[in-house]
Design a protein around this ligand. Structure first.
Ligand code: GCO
Ligand code: MN
Ligand code: MN
Ligand code: MN
Length: 386
């Protein structure tokens, strides 16, 4: 029946089910619910956890007393529902002060404020037991490259992350940082626009072991890329600390659709990958209900994200057990013992033998690989006739 289970670790941001449907062209279509109400809504649909930006929970201008009251009531809602807070993050994009970026802004006052705001938000996240801390630099970019050298942007971002890694250690918070790339929106160009770019950047930090990535399906699709490949590269590098699941037509504006709404096949291979490698982190849905919906529709949206994941997980199991699919895969991936002498680790002897070998190119090339048949089996499986 595809009902969510705690071991699925399905999480939603307060800002996802809390979206009121405001977009650049229109005002809200749903009344805002309080964080406490949103926790109850998430519990009702069967989510495991809830994540937040500092200001999803505590308004930017709240007094310390107001903050403490909010924290108290939110903790009570978590205790009542059993929901956990696996991830926290900072809103470094909403307030007008961040119009030119946060850690990378040209104004040093803005950069210092961004550090202050993030340390306070880390304190808040730690208070709720969050273990992953996400950095999405939505405003860390430009419309015009005349305003700064891109390398100054990278340098400032690096300095900020190094500083915050030290803060993480000084406070003993034990956060793992997860960097989330996006190619554009809200800025014309955002620095380090893809997961691959983030992975390259992490290697330049003082504490690379503390920092990984939070790839988002929609963001790689906006860039026209293959999300499964991005996730696989992150996994291969030991850097898949978190993941943002949603959906998106390729090369469009940021759509944030229900997971599996559009890209069934890509979503299938993503779920298959996560399950095959036994990814054990949160499966976080960073999406929101259509603007056509009321809160019943928001529940439908949230349940749909998790249900589709469950269906695709079952399809992945079938793929792995399907004799015809597995026979084709075995044939396609068959080893050639003779080639073992040439492949693998380099040695001068191996290289000399390989250079002397003659390959029958026409014979090798003439072999059909049955990818048409293989893909049709996948399509049959996904369309439910297999
Ligand atoms: C977006 C981003 C954000 C971030 C969030 C957490 O396109 O707006 O995906 O939703 O994930 O700010 O860092
Ligand atoms: Mn996004
Ligand atoms: Mn978005
Ligand atoms: Mn996201």
């Amino acid at each position: 029946n595809y009902l969510p289970k705690p071991e699925d670790k399905f999480t939603f941001g307060l800002w996802t089910v809390g979206s009121t449907g405001r977009d650049p062209f229109g005002s809200p279509v749903r009344d805002a619910l309080s964080p406490v109400e949103l926790v109850h809504l998430l519990a009702e649909v069967g989510a495991y956890g809830v994540n937040f930006h500092d200001n999803d929970l505590v308004p930017i201008d709240a007094t310390p007393a107001e903050r403490d009251q909010i924290v108290k009531s939110f903790k009570q809602a978590l205790a009542e529902t059993g929901l956990v807070v696996p991830m926290a993050t900072t809103n470094l994009f909403g307030d007008p002060i961040f119009k030119d970026g946060a850690f990378t802004a040209n104004d040093p006052k803005v950069r210092a404020y961004a550090l202050q705001k993030t340390m306070r938000a880390m304190d808040l996240g730690a208070e709720f037991g969050a273990q992953i801390y996400v950095f999405w630099g939505g405003r860390e970019g430009v419309e015009i490259d005349a305003c700064r050298q891109p390398t100054d942007g990278y340098k400032r971002f690096r300095e900020a992350l190094n500083y915050l890694c030290e803060y993480n250690m000084a406070q003993n918070y034990g956060f793992k940082f997860a960097l989330e790339a996006k190619p554009n929106e809200p800025r014309g160009d955002i620095y380090l626009p893809t997961t691959g770019a983030m992975l390259g950047f992490i290697a330049t930090l003082d504490h690379p072991e503390m920092v990984g990535v939070n790839p988002e399906m929609a963001h790689e699709h906006m860039a026209g890329l293959n999300f499964v490949h991005a996730v696989a590269q992150a996994w291969d590098a030991g850097k898949l600390f978190h993941i943002d699941l949603n959906d998106q037509n390729y090369a469009r504006f940021d759509q944030d659709w229900r997971f599996g709404m559009q890209s069934i096949k890509q979503s299938f291979f993503l779920v298959k990958f996560l399950e095959d490698v036994r990814y054990s982190g949160s499966r976080h849905f960073d999406a929101h209900a259509f603007r056509t919906e009321d809160y019943q529709g928001v529940r439908d949206f949230a349940r749909g994200c998790m249900r589709t994941y469950g269906i695709l997980k079952e399809k992945a199991q079938r793929f792995n057990q399907d004799p015809e699919i597995q026979a084709l895969l075995a044939e396609i991936n068959a080893e050639d013992p003779q080639m073992n002498a040439f492949l693998g680790k380099f040695s001068p002897e191996k290289a000399a033998a390989l250079k002397a070998h003659t390959f029958d190119r026409p014979a090798i090339s003439s072999r059909g690989l049955h990818y048409e048949a293989l893909d049709q089996l996948v399509v049959d499986l996904l369309l439910g006739v297999r």
